[in-house]
Design a protein around this ligand. Structure first.
Ligand code: IMP
Ligand code: MG
Length: 178
């Protein structure tokens, strides 16, 4: 597969992301202050950097698990039907759970993942997304907490890819074709 040439313009700096995560972690800690252990569920693969930074700011007993739902494949289009490609290793019945997503775009992924996890009867289920593109929404879905609202731009970095590239950038940047 070949790609049109593109450049990446910085949109959110590494420093702003770190500062925002400190705030979000405080809110999560308050919400789950009585938990015996919080199961933090990262949605692969885009959330892997975010979840790594987030759990290190959480002063709570945590467990980390991962779930992979089908997404864009190698392009920029959302697949409206979400399939579970890799399920959790652990049980969540009766547990406190925080789902960690990179971006809520059309909303289909988070919506369907949350519905599926709710069928397993967690005690409390909350969700957090680093980025939110509300203008792209197709289903009525919001994460309980959001890092940044962004306009309808295709972004990469900080774990987020374009055709598997640019996940290793320390900041969030927007893709601009040249
Ligand atoms: P949704 O189901 O449309 O909400 O899509 C959510 C998923 O699409 C996210 O978990 C991302 O993996 C992917 N996605 C949405 N917007 C972008 C983007 O701007 N860059 C890269 N991936 C994106
Ligand atoms: Mg994703």
């Amino acid at each position: 597969m070949t790609h049109d040439p593109y450049v990446i313009d910085e949109m959110i700096s590494a420093k702003s992301i770190a500062a925002r995560i400190e705030d979000l972690a405080k809110t999560i800690q308050t919400e789950f202050k009585d938990t015996d252990k919080l199961v933090v569920v990262g949605l692969l693969r885009g959330s892997f950097v975010f979840i790594a930074d987030l759990v290190r700011e959480l002063d709570l007993p945590v467990e980390v698990d991962f779930l992979e739902a089908s997404s864009y494949g190698d392009g920029m289009e959302s697949s409206r039907e979400v399939r579970i490609l890799k399920d959790l290793r652990g049980q969540i019945e009766g547990r406190d759970v925080l789902v960690v997503e990179d971006i809520v775009d059309t909303g289909h992924t988070l919506h369907q993942v949350i519905d599926m996890l709710n069928t397993r009867h967690p005690r409390k289920l909350k969700s957090i997304a680093l980025l939110d593109k509300p203008s792209r929404r197709e289903v009525d879905m919001r994460a309980d907490w959001t890092g940044f609202e962004i306009p309808d731009e295709f972004v990469v970095g900080y774990g987020i890819d374009y055709a598997q590239r640019n996940r290793n950038l320390p900041f969030i940047g927007k893709v601009r074709f040249t």
